[in-house]
Design a protein around this ligand. Structure first.
Ligand SMILES: *Cc1c(COP(=O)(O)O)cnc(C)c1O
Length: 480
């Protein structure tokens, strides 16, 4: 497809900028451009067609089934966009006096109150801009806590299970901690003996996702958090995907001290293409004095900003991605105390339905009752037919289905991680199951056709290594 620069014709433009009443200003000579700015010249209709064509080349939740797994975008009600676009939310300035933005403070205050209620935490900061940023902030709280007790220098290790999301060890390392891996047991949960052997006076924290990336809820969770607490460590909950448990169980009741949420995954905000996200970091009361600056508190005059006594400082400018919080509050108020647990139950039902049907032909290595997602292993299929998880993922694209997360978690070989989400109908799931079955049978009948997939997408197999190592992200005009 032609780029905007290639469609450009000099002289064509969109000149409907309103006349200004501000007088012209001539830049001093030394700041003026020497060469003309190289921008494409296009009529409005050409620009509009360009972006519409571009939008047809991607697969999003508005195009079809998108069962990604782990980082899945869940339900994004359209009303969230409408509420977040209200001028009272968009036409404010972060340096406006707080008494002129009471409504916005109330949004932050209410969102904090509800999310604390849902997670069993006592306080929350909306500053972190995404999940990994929330993890980083949470570990800063843990570090500040250990230091405040004179215990910081010797607590140098963060324990992470081998099924963890890659951001967990990365956040620990960025905080100067050494990560210690604990293996999973046969059921896919934390191996308690390995955990007991790993904790000690050097343990700063354990980071855990429950349900984990295998979609398994660890039934030993109270024992796990106790083992870490008994060793003087704290327990961090990676709540990026809360949709399996929200309104049903609370990390705070499982013994977790700090959490982050990805409200751009679970609480109604679209993500992808780099943002915007929001990874609020919540904690129990004993850690609240360390939270980032500008906490929202309610007092007799309404909501106001306060500064926690031993704050770790700012982790981002102002109040985080505020409009994402507006969408999260809209989602919470819309679903309510009845709808939130219903959404969780729907996500678990849909995942178990798909898992049970697919396990008739595909291998499910940790085959217990799953939560919001499950992981297939195509190791045997690859061994027998040469068809890999990558081939199956590419073949799904030809059938209008977004590929699942592949080759993760690392403990499952030839992994396909599938999360159907709560909003898909039985008909959609049945169609997808049929596609998975057809691909499986094609693998045994005509493996070569699957190595060639996808055939019907705009681009076919890309050189993924080159695309990652040598990304070409900007237009360079031909030198002629
Ligand atoms: C998505 C995800 C993260 C990271 O969130 P980002 O917003 O991408 O930084 C962390 N943990 C889990 C389990 C996730 O699914």
């Amino acid at each position: 497809m032609e780029l905007l620069f290639e469609r450009s014709h000099s002289g064509r433009s969109l000149e409907n900028i309103p006349a200004t009443t501000v007088s012209e200003y001539q830049l001093p000579e030394q700041f003026a451009r020497r060469t003309p700015l190289d921008l494409p010249s296009l009529a409005e209709v050409d620009i509009s067609r360009h972006y519409t064509e571009l939008s047809h080349h991607v697969h999003g939740v508005n195009c079809g089934f998108y069962p990604l797994g782990s980082c899945t975008m869940k339900y994004n009600p359209k009303i969230g966009e409408e509420i977040a676009a209200l001028p009272n939310f968009t036409q404010i300035h972060p340096l406006q006096p707080a008494q002129t933005t009471k409504g916005c403070l109330e949004v932050l205050g209410l969102a904090q109150q509800y999310l604390c209620e849902i997670t069993g935490m006592d306080a929350m900061s909306f500053q972190p801009a995404a999940g990994a940023h929330g993890e980083f902030t949470g570990l800063l709280l843990i570090k500040a806590y250990h230091h405040s007790r004179g215990d910081g220098a010797k607590r140098t290790k963060v324990i992470v299970p081998d099924s963890a999301h890659g951001t967990n060890p990365a956040s620990a390392t960025m905080n100067g901690y050494t990560t210690v891996n604990v293996p999973s047991n046969a059921e896919g949960g934390v191996d308690l003996d390995a955990l007991r052997a790993a904790v000690g006076p050097d343990t700063a924290a354990l980071m855990l996702t429950n349900p984990n990336t295998l979609g398994i809820f660890d039934k030993n969770i109270l024992e796990i958090t106790k083992i870490v607490h008994d060793a003087g460590g704290l327990v961090y909950y990676d709540g990026a995907n809360l949709n399996a448990v929200m309104g049903l169980v609370r990390p705070g009741d499982m013994g977790f001290d700090v959490i982050h949420l990805n409200i751009h995954k679970t609480f109604g905000t679209p993500h992808g293409g780099g943002g915007p996200g929001s990874g609020p970091c919540g904690c129990k009361a004993f850690l609240a004095p360390f939270l980032p600056k500008d906490q929202i508190k309610e007092n007799a005059e309404g909501y106001c900003l306060t500064q926690p006594a031993q704050s770790i400082g700012r982790v981002r400018s102002f109040y985080g991605n505020f409009l994402v919080v507006v969408k999260a509050l809209t989602y919470i108020l819309m679903l309510g105390a009845k709808g939130i647990p219903e959404a969780a139950q729907g996500s678990v039902l849909n995942a178990n339905y798909m898992k049970t049907k697919l396990s008739e032909v595909y291998d499910v290595p940790y085959d217990g009752f799953c939560m919001h997602e499950f992981v297939l292993s195509l190791e045997k299929l690859k061994h027998e037919t040469g068809v890999s998880a990558l081939d199956v993922a590419k073949a799904l694209m030809d059938n209008g289905i977004h590929p699942p997360t592949m080759y993760f978690p690392l403990i499952v070989h030839e992994a396909l991680m599938i999360e159907p989400t709560e909003t898909e109908s039985k008909e959609t799931l049945d169609r997808a199951i049929q596609v998975f079955m057809d691909i499986y049978h094609a693998a045994t009948a005509d493996a070569e056709s699957l190595h060639q997939a996808p055939r019907h997408t705009t681009v076919r197999r890309l050189d993924e290594t080159r695309a990652a190592r040598n990304p070409v992200l900007k237009y360079t005009p031909d030198k002629d």
